[in-house]
Design a protein around this ligand. Structure first.
Ligand code: SF4
Ligand code: ZN
Length: 300
């Protein structure tokens, strides 16, 4: 297998793009695609302080590394936020990885924990209850990131969501018929009190992100969260992986198809103004934010 650009031995075959790449062309191509995604959605402006959500897994590690490389020396500052949900036997190791990568790159990092913010670890929240751990986790993680980003004076939050995550989320919301939630995937929507979020890796396949970490010699914690298999996402992920191997490019076309629909429907959703939560003041759709609603359920 040889590189389509230079004839050196290739390390990756991108069937969906009809090319193979050697190590140096893979890295170059990876970074230029991330740059192109950021340009296309006008993600980062000059003078921005970008808080990268770094869990210590491969996606967020690759994101931090890649942004550090492509934004280095420009008028943009990177900081890192690590959320400790409190998942025994899993999160401690990823936090060690997250600390190592931020320290190696000389990036200021803050850790925000569910225990400090809400009084419980995720493990305590879901123990013995008929609830989906990912629902609690997702709601509290978003809130924690927003709170810490504001404390750090960040103007933007960047997360490591990749093409697999995006295609899965789109498909999950199609399956549930949840158009409102679907439209929230559009990058960058400015709302008071909510630090805008961007996903610079949203057009890159998960396996290429793992490869990017590997060729950059970065260790990442690859263990899966013990709660991951309990969610609908796990089934959708398997289905999308099967489809992608039968029909290369399926994940990409799922995202592109959604983008076309969003262009048409978007006008209706950007008009929704968020209110402030009556309890905590964070932006929310209803009177009380989802996190405060779940906190009440935990205490009641
Ligand atoms: Fe949280 Fe679910 Fe992800 Fe585990 S799999 S970290 S519980 S969202
Ligand atoms: Zn609230």
């Amino acid at each position: 297998m040889i590189c389509s650009k230079c004839g050196d031995p290739a390390i990756v075959s991108q069937r969906y793009r009809g090319q193979r790449l050697c190590q140096s062309h893979f890295i170059e191509d990876f970074e230029s695609r991330v740059r192109e995604t950021m340009r296309k959605y006008d993600m980062v402006k000059d003078g921005e302080r970008i808080a990268v959500a770094v869990s210590g897994g491969k996606d967020s590690t690759a994101l931090l590394l890649c942004l550090h490389k492509i934004l280095g020396g420009r008028d943009k500052e990177l900081v890192a936020i690590t959320v400790d949900e409190g998942i025994a036997g899993y999160r401690d190791d990823t936090i060690t990885s997250a600390r190592a990568i931020a320290a190696n790159l000389g990036i200021k990092q803050e850790i925000v924990s569910f225990r400090d913010e809400y009084g419980y670890d995720l493990d305590d929240m879901v123990q013995g209850k008929e609830v989906a751990p990912c629902t609690f986790c997702g709601v509290f993680r978003k809130k924690s990131l927003n709170l810490m980003a504001k404390r750090m004076g960040a103007t933007l939050v960047a997360t490591g969501h990749n093409l697999d995550d995006e295609a899965q989320s789109i498909m999950m919301n199609y399956l549930k018929g949840d158009i409102e939630r679907l439209m929230r995937f559009r990058p960058r929507k400015v709302q008071p009190g909510l630090v805008p979020r961007v996903k610079p890796l949203r057009e890159i396949l998960e396996k290429e992100i793992a490869l990017y970490c590997m060729v950059n010699g970065v260790f990442t914690e690859s263990r899966e969260c013990p709660y991951a298999s309990l969610s609908l996402r796990a089934d959708v992920r398997d289905m999308m992986n099967d489809l992608e191997s039968l029909f290369p490019g399926t994940k990409q076309s799922t995202l592109q198809g959604f983008e076309k629909i969003a262009e048409i429907k978007l006008g209706n959703w950007t008009k929704i103004d968020l209110a402030s939560c009556r309890i905590c003041g964070e932006p929310c759709v209803k009177e009380i934010c989802k996190a405060c609603e779940l906190c009440k359920r935990l205490k009641g």
